[in-house]
Design a protein. Structure first.
Length: 93
């Protein structure tokens, strides 16, 4: 199966900590690519970009497999994004 080369870029940037939050993945990987490869729909992916805490563990593992990174890295990115968007919290890196 052909994998879009941008998955490799995203993988490298995650491992280099240039991508820190889940939503930042989509600065480099169009959501339409993930939508097609993941077998989801545009509405769901758009919602998960803004609210990744709503992803199931199984979905996190599927996305991690597509990007070829540890699910733990994605979970850390989701937690960071969630903490950074909570009302009253200062932006954390």
């Amino acid at each position: 199966m052909y994998m879009d080369e941008r998955y490799g870029i995203v993988k490298d940037y995650i491992e280099q900590e240039k991508i820190l939050e889940f939503r930042d993945i989509f600065k480099y990987l169009p959501k339409t690519v993930l939508t097609k490869d993941w077998g989801s729909n545009n509405y769901r992916v758009t919602r998960f970009i803004e609210f990744p805490q709503q992803l199931s563990i199984e979905e996190i593992y599927e996305i991690a497999r597509l990007i070829n990174v540890s699910p733990d890295l994605l979970i850390s990115m989701i937690v960071r994004q969630f903490n950074n968007t909570m009302p009253g919290n200062k932006k954390r890196k």
